[in-house]
Design a protein around this ligand. Structure first.
Ligand code: ZN
Length: 221
């Protein structure tokens, strides 16, 4: 087992790209895995590919189109609108158990390539109702993965307690602020960098960015 090798669950978005920089600084070897579940914008996969290539990271793209069969949703079907969940409800982009599946497959890959570490950009702070993004779930899954494969995985969640503003600060700290701002895709409408500005994902990203830019000097102290 290679103690210095990590697998990162990577979508090409702001969060996982920031985590990729974090992982590259921490581990001698990092490989990225992107799950292809027929995202509405195949641009997301292209974007992830380009970033991995530019950063010299080996990139695995795994077919997860079965997710579509399990849970038709706004990310995968054009006839469903992306919108925020009503109070107490999940947003319409919700795919139940998506992180459970992604992290389990990442674990299998990590075992195959003999990596100890698994990195994911999940976050409990901007909690949008995904139960499998919670810290307690990650800790539980970590134990389960270790038992299932008899392998001492360590799951890392550098963003778990950060809000979007702090995530921008982390990118900046890692020297990746401009890279993350210009090359990542988080927009539900498939527009790279600052995005469409209208969708829930763009709004969240922009609010965090504006807040960070307002206080950038404070953060860099
Ligand atoms: Zn957008």
């Amino acid at each position: 087992m290679n103690k210095e090798k990590a697998v990162i669950v990577f979508s090409g978005g702001q969060d996982s790209t920031t985590c990729l920089f974090w992982a590259k600084e921490r581990f001698a070897e990092v490989e990225a895995v992107t799950f292809d579940y027929n995202q509405r914008h195949s641009l997301e996969i292209e974007c992830a590919k380009n970033i991995a290539k530019e950063l010299g990271v080996k990139h695995h793209i795994l077919d997860m189109s079965l997710l579509n069969q399990l849970a038709p949703n706004a990310l995968t079907r054009n006839d469903i609108e992306v919108k925020d969940g009503e109070e107490g409800e999940l947003p319409s982009t919700f795919v139940p158990g998506r992180n459970l599946l992604f992290l389990s497959f990442a674990g299998v890959l990590a075992k195959q390539i003999n990596a100890k570490h698994i990195v994911t950009g999940v976050c409990e702070t901007d909690f949008s109702g995904y139960p499998d993004c919670r810290d307690i779930f990650i800790k539980s899954l970590n134990v389960t993965l270790n038992l299932s494969m008899d392998h001492p995985f360590v799951i890392h969640t550098p963003l778990m307690w950060l809000n979007k503003t702090a995530t921008w600060a982390l990118a900046d700290e890692l020297g990746a602020f401009d890279f993350v701002r210009e090359k990542t895709l988080t927009c539900y409408n498939g527009i790279i960098a600052d995005g469409c500005g209208e969708c829930p994902s763009c709004k969240l990203r922009k609010n965090g960015l504006d807040e960070y830019l307002k206080n950038r000097k404070e953060f860099s102290r």
